[in-house]
Design a binder for this molecule. Structure first.
Ligand SMILES: Nc1ncnc2c1ncn2[C@@H]1O[C@H](COP(=O)(O)OP(=O)(O)OP(=O)(O)O)[C@@H](O)[C@H]1O
Length: 260
């Protein structure tokens, strides 16, 4: 008797598309300084999924994230967040879209030093003129374990705690998508592991969508899926990654590059 197929542990089917790039090209400079940072990249980021973007230095990871988040213009092709095409939007509309639909986590925390943790967390919602959803806020604060530290300023918090505030801030407005750029790059492995667990939980338990740029195969293994870039092109896609599987792919690309 054939056994029914068991889904791989942790594998999650996407609930539609949160963001999509179609033949997205980004060129910097012209003439001798012309660089094709993204070369016709087409990729979809599933809603309710955790996706990692990997690739060697200079492969276009940050550029892809910046173009998808409306932080950088695109040269041709299309970038969409939900149903909104970014290429047609002006600066004001882009600012509004970022505020309302996107959460950001950066390597360098980027908290405001004069505000306490809670004020930092609610700042984007406050700026947008909204009212934080108290119930959701409590869930977020609880998830990242900050209940005891809400009245502390960033200088009174460790790096790991500051990044927890940044994660809570990114999630506070229930964004369509969270973009995290090397969120564990400035942290020791224990604090980094905690941040990755929170991002994982925000997807698995709270239904959020996360896209994370990382160089670290262990960090990437927290994701549901890893997409690999090289020379501005999307070259591979791995579902339900383990650190070993990610490392194997990286080694393979390395060898291919050296022998081509
Ligand atoms: N503002 C810019 N002006 C000119 N070239 C740029 C600019 N930003 C990025 N580039 C170039 O585009 C290419 C892709 O850069 P990008 O920062 O996206 O790569 P990355 O994969 O994120 O690299 P890293 O892992 O080192 O952060 C590189 O060749 C880079 O030099």
């Amino acid at each position: 008797m054939p056994q029914p197929a068991t889904p791989a542990p942790g594998l999650r089917a996407p609930l539609g598309v949160a963001a999509r790039a179609a033949e997205l090209t980004k060129v910097y400079g012209e003439g001798e300084t012309r660089v094709v940072a993204l070369d016709s990249v087409s990729v979809e980021f599933g809603r309710g999924q955790f996706t990692a973007i990997m690739g060697p230095s200079g492969s276009g990871k940050s550029t892809l994230m910046h173009c998808m988040a409306g932080l950088d213009s695109i040269s041709s092709g299309s970038a969409r967040i939900g149903g909104t095409e970014l290429s047609g939007l002006g600066d004001r509309q882009l600012t509004r879209l970022r505020r309302e639909k996107i959460g950001f986590v950066f390597q360098a925390f980027n908290l405001l030093p004069t505000l306490d943790a809670l004020e930092n967390i609610t700042l984007p919602v406050d700026i947008a003129g909204g009212k934080p959803d108290q119930e959701w806020l409590e869930v977020i604060v609880e998830t990242v374990g900050l209940s005891e530290r809400l009245r502390h300023r960033p200088s009174q918090l460790s790096g790991g705690q500051q990044q927890r505030v940044a994660v809570a801030r990114a999630l506070a407005g229930r964004p369509e998508i969270v973009f995290a750029d090397e969120p564990t790059g400035n942290l020791d492995s224990r604090s980094g592991g905690e941040i990755l667990c929170f991002l994982r939980e925000s997807v698995s338990e709270l239904g959020q969508t996360v896209v994370m740029v990382t160089h670290d195969p262990v960090a990437a293994s927290y994701a549901d899926r890893v997409v690999f870039l090289a020379d501005g092109r999307l070259i591979d896609d791995l579902t339900d990654p383990t650190p070993e599987a990610v490392l194997d792919r990286m080694r393979l690309f390395d060898t291919e590059e050296r022998t081509s």
